[in-house]
Design a protein around this ligand. Sequence first.
Ligand SMILES: [Zn+2]
Ligand SMILES: [Zn+2]
Length: 532
Amino acid sequence: MVNFMADIKHWAEVVADDVLEHGNRHIVSTGITPSGHIHIGNMREVVTADAVYRVLLERDADVELIYMADNFDPLRKVYPFLPESFAEHVGKPISEIPCPCGECENYADHFLKPFLEGLEKLGIHPTVYKADELYKSGKFTEAIKTALLKRNEIAKILLKVSGKEVDPEWSPFNPICNECGKMDTTTVTGFNIDDETVNYSCSCGSNGTVSMAGGGKLTWRVDWPAKWKMFGVTVEPFGKDHASRGGSYDTGKRISKEIFGYEPPKPIIYEWIMLGKEGAMSSSTGVVVSISDMLKVVPPEVLRYLIIRTKPEKHIRFDPAIPLLTLVDNFERLHSADKLSEYDKTVLRLSHASGLCHTDIPFKHMTTIYQVAHGDFDKIMKIVRRAGYDAEKEKCIKELADNVASWLDMFAPDMVKFSVQENIPPIAATLSDEQRAFLKAMAEFLQDADELDGEDYHNLIYSAKEENGELHKRIKEILGVDELSLSPKTLFKAIYISVLGQASGPKAGWFLSSLEKDFLVKRFAEAADFRP
Ligand SMILES: [Zn+2]
Ligand SMILES: [Zn+2]
């Protein structure tokens, strides 16, 4: 069979090779306004940037990955997750507003901190810049001067590209009022290039003068291209909202070239991540799974894989319930495949990051092990060893067990949850004579057997239904019959009823191998004799 993927380049390689034609020095930039919970949709941006950064490194480019926290943007409104009292802060820069929990330096940091921790867990290590610090230290002052002096040219570009005519009093610079602290209520009334100051009047009734260094901020459509020039950005991923016709990338391109004299970066426009069936994720609609919640559940390399395997322009549907297991399965299969195409090798390589854990225990199997062990880590390790997995990487196994615990708690549907019953469950009274005979034969066999692994158990159960199977003859003897036909479903059900007190359960082979053999001998024997 011809593998058509064999010589297809990965999208990150396409981007990297494209920009390498223009030089060897590159800055891959990414940035988010931390005005609310930074969710998994935003994570696409940083993983996308990191993937291109990593390929550029592999290609020996002189490259840096930077992350810009746009924490000097104003608070737009009282978001649903905020108390009403935040109404007084609307319009103030989010770096200058108190944090909602009272424990962080400021509002922006409250949302930024967990996000930066998430990046760390994903093996992404950008140089982090905070917009408020850049503004306050005067890094933007040159750009502010240029923008104020070329105000009319910028206004013309905005009109031509976005079709919107700005107000006569519009300015590319928004001063922060000295009285009320807001930046969306001020009007520029003059400026002094030599003193680097701007005069304003505010709708709160006051007038004043601010420094260009920290006394205000360039409006977003000008701030963005100013940053490209300041950092020498050559590659930048952003969501499709910025990429619309006449949108901020379109105006940014022109402003960058014509106002700042800088060639705009190569854009990577990415689609949204959709959550389950509920719609696109964004922090303002409330359909949000935060990155920290997600990282509690999904192993970091699997989250990277989710994003890296999909072209940025395709949307990703992410369902943290059962479909998450399929995603993990796909990744684990890729991981253990003997032969991979060059394309798959790239996907796998970019899904990994130094310091990220990998164990050979399938996520799904850990959901069984974890529940059998009732979450007790010593017991988990005992089962892991018995099952023949690599028990050396205890730290990684702990991480996986923690992921599974959170998944069971937050997203797992009831059908995958179970609890091993301490005593014989009353429902065992409903077992048929054939099921009892099967359990009795199982108990006898296990009594004399060595430790069995998952596959042994699987084969053993099937041997009960096959004419020459190990258990088949014994079951016929117990029942005193010459002919016997058993369905595997009946057999599995007997196991689940006697151990879990329910009619279904996890994959039987794995499940039984996770339990102590002596426990099974005792329980199956008991169930075989249990009468109402
Ligand atoms: Zn806080
Ligand atoms: Zn004011």
